[in-house]
Design a protein around this ligand. Structure first.
Ligand code: GLC
Length: 429
């Protein structure tokens, strides 16, 4: 069977898309929703716009918008803040795009939504008049905003999973999963949970299940973009989570954790190890209520015999094809991804910058000791499948990883069903 192109991992898809666009003369809005007319209108429009993003946990967006608004009285930005859940953010955007809402001008796009939104024709291609310079940005972040050779979303902040740990209880971070599990006796002695990630049934579970699989040498897709879950490596990876849940090394309540619940548990001193994104560093070291302020350690995710593989996360900024004020939107987008703003994301919110130079900025590294770990995490991160049908793919992973971790379905059956559902998600394309 021929591999459906849409299932190629980002890097391979990038090469293929470049080839395609070289033949076809570039990308463009070809999908059902937008239509080329929408991408042609509003290009010179200036005026008030709305920026839509998930909950501003790190409190970086408000001060930036205040600054922008003070300098642009006729092009003010209104911040529409969504919930802190990736799936709800996604569905809200889909509903507004489907309604061709001109009121959602600039939207924050999770790296895994680019292909779907671009294929539907909802995102303004960032080329010609709308082009932005991405040459100084980390390559994986640019790829995450690109679909079929065209940039649709400007890299804003990247995300790589890291292991937070309690330095007071574990002097040296574990390098492997087995080592980490062997340290769970320390958690027991201290009457706290050992390890948590994000295991609630939502996008975060796809991230965590993929990391478990990738870190043990498996992969969701093979190098040709075909689902490849029927391997011993994938089985060991997912089994690790199921075993840890069964024996209590992952506390029972972690099955309801998303990013914020797991951060809270760690900050409250209830966990020895936490897998989470970089934003946790700032909050856990500065929030008054944090019990781990002075004892927080950071390391790479543990793998089979060394560092594991993070799923590539992150958020990019796109302009809706339905916006009437695209000239303002583009300026705002440049402002939100400028070097100064990228520095602010890092210093204020411990978010991962997309500019390569900032990871080598001595002053910044001195202030933010996690930057080298984070850079390695991002550079080695594995993108989730790049496909317009991503909602079906992530559902297949969640629907099966969840009961497998809970012990309600065997890991073997879960992986076989995942494999089948991902295959059929691409049927007919
Ligand atoms: C973070 C990541 C994003 C991921 C989400 C899952 O926001 O940046 O890529 O999809 O977490 O909850």
């Amino acid at each position: 069977m021929k591999t459906p192109n849409f299932l190629l991992p980002a890097a391979a898809a990038g090469i293929l898309a470049l080839t395609l666009s070289a033949c076809a003369g570039g990308g463009g809005t070809t999908g059902g929703g937008g239509g080329s007319g929408d991408a042609e209108q509003g290009l010179d429009g200036r005026g008030p716009i709305t920026y839509v993003q998930g909950k501003d946990n790190s409190n970086v967006v408000r001060p930036l918008i205040e600054k922008w608004n003070a300098d642009h009285p006729n092009e003010k930005v209104t911040f529409k803040e969504q919930t802190d859940q990736a799936d709800q953010q996604h569905d809200d955007l889909v509903q507004h795009f489907q309604a061709k809402d001109a009121g959602y001008d600039v939207v924050d796009v999770d790296v895994v939504w680019t292909a779907e939104f671009a294929a539907k024709g909802w995102l303004q291609p960032l080329k010609d008049k709308m082009a932005i310079d991405t040459s100084a940005m980390l390559k994986p972040t640019v790829e995450s905003g690109t679909y079929k050779g065209t940039l649709y979303a400007a890299p804003q902040t990247s995300d790589g999973g890291m292991l937070y740990y309690r330095k007071d209880l574990v002097p040296t971070a574990p390098k492997t999963w087995d080592e980490m599990m062997s340290m769970c006796s320390i958690a027991k002695e201290n009457n706290i949970g050992c390890y948590a990630g994000q295991f609630s049934k939502y996008e975060g579970l796809t991230v965590n299940a993929s990391e478990a699989i990738n870190s043990f040498g498996g992969s969701v897709l093979d190098k040709d973009g075909k689902p490849s879950l029927n391997t011993d490596e994938a089985k060991t990876g997912l089994e690790n989570l199921a075993k840890a849940y069964a024996d209590g090394n992952i506390p029972k309540e972690a099955i309801t954790y998303k990013e914020e619940e797991s951060r809270q548990a760690f900050q409250d001193g209830k966990l020895l190890f936490l897998r989470n994104w970089p934003y946790v560093y700032n909050l856990a070291t500065t929030e008054g209520s944090s019990k781990v302020k002075d004892v927080l350690g950071l390391a790479a995710l543990p793998g089979v015999d060394g560092p594991g593989a993070s799923s590539l996360g992150g958020h990019n900024l796109a302009v809706s094809v339905y916006s009437k004020n695209k000239a303002t939107a583009l300026d705002f987008l440049k402002f939100m991804t400028s070097e100064e703003t990228e520095k602010f994301y890092a210093t204020q919110g411990s978010l991962a910058p997309v500019l390569t130079s900032l990871y080598e900025d001595e002053e910044l590294v001195a202030k933010l000791p996690y930057l080298p770990v984070l850079k390695t995490s991002i550079e080695n991160a594995v993108p989730r499948p790049v496909t317009p049908f991503y909602p079906a793919v992530t559902k297949a992973i969640q629907d099966n990883a969840y009961p497998a971790i809970k012990g309600e379905k065997s890991v073997e059956d879960a992986l076989a069903d995942m494999q089948k559902s991902i295959e059929s998600a691409g049927a007919g394309s």
